[in-house]
Design a protein around this ligand. Structure first.
Ligand code: FES
Ligand code: FES
Length: 160
């Protein structure tokens, strides 16, 4: 590869080293090079949120970040957060409340929701809506998604 760069990062707890093109986006690196296709690619310009992943503890849009920018970082995807069971309660609530139809938005939605849970003790429905406003869903009308997130945030708040 011409002008390729070597990067080393941690992906879902495992150290990964690869040679990448400078213009390769993080989401393409994760999906195409590492086979982590749980995060989706929708708009490819930072609007839909389907490509949301976590980098050093903060959610980012994988289509707006270059793989080289993740050099030395800790990257977590929906696969890793599912395996660690961090998303288990949200996944259960989404399932129980029919908060997904085609499922295209769901991985990004789960990461955004989990980010809210980690950073807010008892968000209102309006705050939940605000927090997922960068994650588009074409199917559900959002009501069931907000219900599912609220169920988890309420039970987190009461320790239940
Ligand atoms: S694919 Fe990244 S925000 Fe839409
Ligand atoms: S469930 Fe289809 S886009 Fe959200």
């Amino acid at each position: 590869m011409e002008h390729a760069l070597d990067i080393t990062l941690t992906v879902n707890g495992a150290q990964v080293s690869r040679r990448v093109e400078p213009r390769e986006h993080l989401i393409d690196f994760l999906r195409e090079r590492l086979g982590l296709t749980g995060s989706h690619v929708g708009c490819e310009h930072g609007v839909c949120g389907a490509c949301t992943v976590r980098v050093d503890g903060a959610i980012v849009r994988g289509c707006l970040m270059l793989a080289v920018q993740a050099n030395g970082c800790r990257v977590e995807t929906v696969e890793g957060l599912s395996d660690s069971k961090e998303l288990a309660r949200l996944q259960k609530a989404f399932h129980a409340r029919n908060a997904l139809q085609c499922g295209f938005c769901t991985p990004g939605m789960l990461l955004a929701a989990q980010d809210l849970i980690l950073n807010s003790s008892k968000p209102s429905r309006e705050e939940i809506r605000q927090h997922i406003s960068g994650n588009y869903c074409r199917c559900t009308g959002y009501q069931a998604i907000v219900d599912a997130i609220e169920e988890v945030t309420q039970s987190e708040a009461t320790g239940g």
